[in-house]
Ligand binder design. Sequence first.
Ligand code: ADP
Length: 247
Amino acid sequence: MSNTDFALAVEDLTVSFDGFKAINGLTLYVDRNELRVIIGPNGAGKTTLLDLICGKTRASHGSIKFKNQEMTRMAEHRIVRAGIGRKFQTPSIYENLSVFKNLEVSFPRGRSVFGALAFRCDSEVKDRVQAVADEIGLGDALDTEAGLLSHGQKQWLEIGMLLMQEPELLMLDEPIAGMSVRERELTADLLQRICKGRSVIVIEHDMDFVKRIAHKVTVMHQGRILAEGSMDQVQNDPKVIDVYLGH
Ligand code: ADP
């Protein structure tokens, strides 16, 4: 496969904070339909990498391409429009609005068609809300006030709000933090569903969960990639064992 066939191609990426290289010459390729999990000890640079991809932080060097389009210096809102969605750990939902409204307000009302802005009709919005609500397991809870949802449901609602924007790459930071065992299982199922037709990158610490969801695991350490492969491959890699056991 050539490097231009990947959905996301990050090449030789570096970012320095006061001379400290939080990301140091990192190269990473992610496929369409792939669910990639990034693991690594605290301070490895995982969050900074996602910040760079979504445009929150600017790279000092290197390039980020999404579907062959140069994104490295693109403004954050344009990166969202290009199809990259990011979910942080704390859900930013509207607690006093219904599930329906939360999803509806996240729908881009206008979209560019041949350079002109075309507005979506109400039935198109409604259909999309229902489809996304079904996808996140809240299809029967459209009228429920978001503040009354369980912790897990709030996280799924936020994923749904991102899905409303029709992303082709979704990045999630520790999506199961604080969830019950059952909610974790349902989240694993949800992630398997949403990576079909998209790419998904997840930062995660829970190794059982990683094993369950990852198509491929990237291990980061000191701003670089230490190992990459299946969970079995990386967990038997002596370099990875060293870093995790602190030898
Ligand atoms: P991880 O998510 O793997 O725990 P981070 O990406 O949060 O790691 O951090 C990587 C390193 O970069 C850490 O040493 C952190 O202190 C440093 N860092 C991250 N963001 C900044 C910043 N805005 N200014 C200075 N240092 C930063």
